[in-house]
Design a protein around this ligand. Structure first.
Ligand SMILES: [Zn+2]
Length: 285
């Protein structure tokens, strides 16, 4: 079965009509052209660096209000799927259980940790773990059920000390935040000098994105930014992150084609880097 095929997207329109305009988060340019327009959003593409982003954007309060009890139910229902995908992604860049057991020191942060399933897994491998989760219901559930520490709120609010973590993971988070550059800045601050960060996000230059346009599963109101390998690389490099590895996966969503076509397309998508989701393994330079 395809690695992404069983996951439904969670999205609807932001309820409030309070929006504001921003400049490109990667290069600072204000010059952009319409890229995709649907009822729920308008994506523009930066004329200078090619970043795709919603403009105008919902205000912060509206973004925060999105991650409520409904979002918890979505995370809860999909937690096994999400967890399995995260493990496969980690394995793709060599972070298998054996390597994770050997890692020193073992100080793990999962930003946007949802119900804490990955935190629990890392804890079992001997790591001291910490989660951050904006959806309070998810954070409470994770703490209660899995006995792992989860800060209920944003990374900024958590105020971790400098160089607190040796491995920082954030999967399907950076496309949701209002200021990806500020998020990465904070990740830099709290990452140990020889620590690593793992970033997973949809690939706007993937096969499905190009084929499906507004029907692509990741072209949704919740995704304020749609990165490609090029635009995320540029953002990371502009902040002196070193990129160690980039992998992509997922060629065709289930139902788009019969298995006899889907399997080779999935294989090629991964091999050639036009998969639906991409994972970056980075460190400070
Ligand atoms: Zn730009």
């Amino acid at each position: 079965m395809g690695r992404l095929s069983t996951i439904k997207t969670f999205s609807s329109r932001f309820s409030n009509n309070d929006y504001h305009y921003i400049v490109c988060n990667v290069c600072g340019s204000g010059s952009a052209k319409t890229y995709l327009q649907a009822k729920e959003y308008l994506y523009v593409k930066c004329r200078i660096c090619g970043l795709i982003y919603q403009n105008p954007q919902p205000v912060l309060k509206d973004i925060e209000n999105r991650y409520n009890g409904d979002y918890f139910r979505y995370e809860y229902t999909n937690e096994d799927n999400f967890f399995n995908l995260m493990l496969l992604g980690l394995k793709d860049v060599g972070l298998n259980p054996a390597k994770l057991k050997r890692w020193k020191p073992k100080l793990f942060l999962d930003i946007g940790c949802a119900t804490g399933k990955l935190l629990f897994y890392m804890k079992e491998l001997g790591w001291q773990v910490q989660g951050v989760e904006i959806c309070k219901e998810s954070a409470e559930y994770g703490m209660k059920k899995r006995k792992v520490p989860i800060f209920p709120g944003t990374l900024d609010q958590a105020q971790f000390a400098e160089e607190s973590f040796s491995l920082i993971h954030f999967s399907h988070l950076i496309e949701h935040v209002a200021d990806p550059r500020a998020l990465l800045q904070e990740v830099r601050r709290i990452l140990k000098p020889d620590g690593m960060a793992v970033i997973t996000t949809p690939n706007s230059h993937g096969f499905q994105a190009r084929l499906l346009k507004t029907h692509w599963r990741s072209a949704i109101a919740d995704h304020l930014f749609l990165f490609s390998k090029k635009t995320l690389s540029r953002l990371l490099e502009s902040m002196q992150f070193k990129i160690h590895n980039i992998v992509t996966w997922g060629g065709l969503a289930k139902g788009l084609a019969p298995p006899v076509i889907k399997r080779p397309v999935d294989y090629l998508a991964k091999k050639m880097g036009f998969g639906d989701v991409m994972l970056f393994l980075v460190s400070k330079q």
